[in-house]
Design a protein around this ligand. Structure first.
Ligand code: GRF
Length: 200
């Protein structure tokens, strides 16, 4: 056991509703962990706005700012090291995390995917495409999956999964809304599980 407060970085590209759910859950449950950095490939998005409002450090980092991908990846690792980050939470980050970062933070990066992996995962399976595929396949249930991140899209060890029903009248949008609501409850629980695993 350690008294060290786990330092979390969230990576976001969009509205950041999962980031917000985790932020509030960490406070409510008084977990020994805090979000100290929001990293985004977009300088302006809901997640960055939320970080500013809550005095969480932000960094806008994109490949375009660097001469090569390797330099971009090295800068990302440098930034995470500088902020003494222990765990990375991907919350709607619409870029593949560079392998250099995955290797540097082995078993310390988690992601949430809006379906029941290993089904409906992999490259190109994100956002509304996932829910459209679920409906096209005639599935009667979908859900959310929190998994560790390795070098392959959506292939790391599954930490937690939760199901939601698919209703006959569902559109991709109504299903997406039901799954997102489920994500907001599941992601903080899965993060807590990871923190317990890391501290035991
Ligand atoms: C969620 O549906 C999540 O499953 C996926 O990206 C979306 C992020 O939404 N990885 P938000 O930015 O957390 O609102």
């Amino acid at each position: 056991m350690t008294n060290h407060k786990t330092r979390i970085a969230v990576f976001c590209s969009g509205s950041g509703s999962n980031f917000q759910a985790i932020f509030h859950a960490l406070k409510k449950k008084q977990l020994n962990a805090e979000i100290v950095l929001c990293l985004s490939n977009r300088s302006q998005c809901g997640a960055m706005e939320f970080a500013h409002q809550n005095v969480i450090a932000t960094v806008h980092l994109t490949e375009k700012q660097f001469a090569s991908f390797d330099e971009f990846a090295a800068a990302m690792v440098g930034c995470l090291r500088e902020q003494r980050i222990d765990i990375i939470v991907l919350a709607g980050y619409m870029r593949k995390v560079p392998d250099t970062v995955v290797v540097a933070f082995q078993d310390k990066i988690i992601n949430i995917h809006p379906a029941l992996l290993p089904k409906f995962g992999g490259e190109g399976m994100y956002g509304i495409y996932v829910h459209t595929a679920v409906l096209d396949a005639g599935e009667t249930e979908s859900g959310a999956t929190v998994h560790l991140v390795n070098e392959e899209y959506d292939k790391g060890r599954i930490l937690m999964q939760r199901k939601v029903p698919v209703l006959p009248e569902d559109t991709p949008e109504t299903l997406a809304a039901r799954v997102l609501e489920c994500e907001h409850r599941l992601y903080p629980e899965a993060l807590e599980k990871l923190l317990d695993e890391q501290n035991s």
